[in-house]
Write a protein that binds this ligand. Structure first.
Ligand SMILES: *Cc1c(COP(=O)(O)O)cnc(C)c1O
Length: 217
């Protein structure tokens, strides 16, 4: 696959869902990808990228940001509080806010630094014990707490269980966002982004569909 092909599929999915053309943002997930592949996508003009780990992003993106003006970088993976300061310096958005301690740390750092990345609360829609995210039943209270802390919360994120129909999880995320007045929905990956767009995704996170299989060597 390729960037152009994924963009075309997004356009078609927007149209099929009766969504405004261009209303879905494509986050190219560059984690564990060989550098030449990421560079090729930067050279094609794409500027919105996602990474899973603070350390990995810190090793790659500062120099690419210098070389390619306008890069926007989002953190998609879990964030430890002891990496929050570094993450705030590296990322324009964090999709994995999922516990009070992390929210309080981000609020303290935001006060200190006078700025904060855009935030998404991650919801564990499948209630999977090994997965990050607040439980659906706890989402409203946690969202209220993040707002009380004065943080720039803009939306919700989820990663559905691998063996379930993702559309049900996307619909649940949309419902929680709607009743909390949150406009942005980060949902949909390489294998299900069209279904996510049908359910209202505003940010899809596509890695292997753009870059090919990840390099875990
Ligand atoms: C790796 C990852 C993606 C991209 O996955 P693909 O299947 O390669 O598209 C999206 N979101 C999160 C949170 C990820 O960790």
């Amino acid at each position: 696959m390729s960037l152009a092909e994924i963009k075309e599929r997004i356009r078609k999915a927007e149209e099929a869902a009766g969504r405004e053309p261009g209303s879905v943002r494509l986050i190219a997930v560059s984690k564990m990808q060989p550098e030449p592949r990421v560079r090729a996508v930067l050279e094609e003009g794409h500027r919105l990228f996602g990474e899973n780990r603070v350390q990995e992003a810190a090793g790659k993106w500062p120099s690419w940001r210098e070389e390619f003006p306008g890069v926007e970088l989002h953190l998609l993976g879990p964030l430890q509080t002891n990496k929050a300061r570094q993450a705030m310096g590296l990322f324009d958005a964090i999709h994995s806010v999922d516990r009070p301690k992390l929210a309080r740390t981000l609020a303290r750092l935001a006060d200190e630094q006078g700025h904060c990345p855009d935030l998404f609360v991650q919801v564990n829609t499948g209630e999977e014990p090994q997965k990050a995210g607040v439980l659906p039943a706890e989402a409203d209270d946690f969202i209220a707490e993040v707002r009380r802390l004065g943080l720039p919360l803009i939306g919700l994120m989820c990663i559905p269980p691998v063996n379930e129909e993702p559309s049900l999880h996307f619909a649940l995320l949309r419902k929680i966002a709607k009743r909390n007045d949150l406009p942005e929905l980060s949902m949909g990956m390489s294998h299900d982004f069209e279904r996510a767009i049908a359910q209202g995704a505003t940010h899809v996170r596509v890695g292997s569909g753009i870059f090919g299989p990840r390099d875990y060597g």
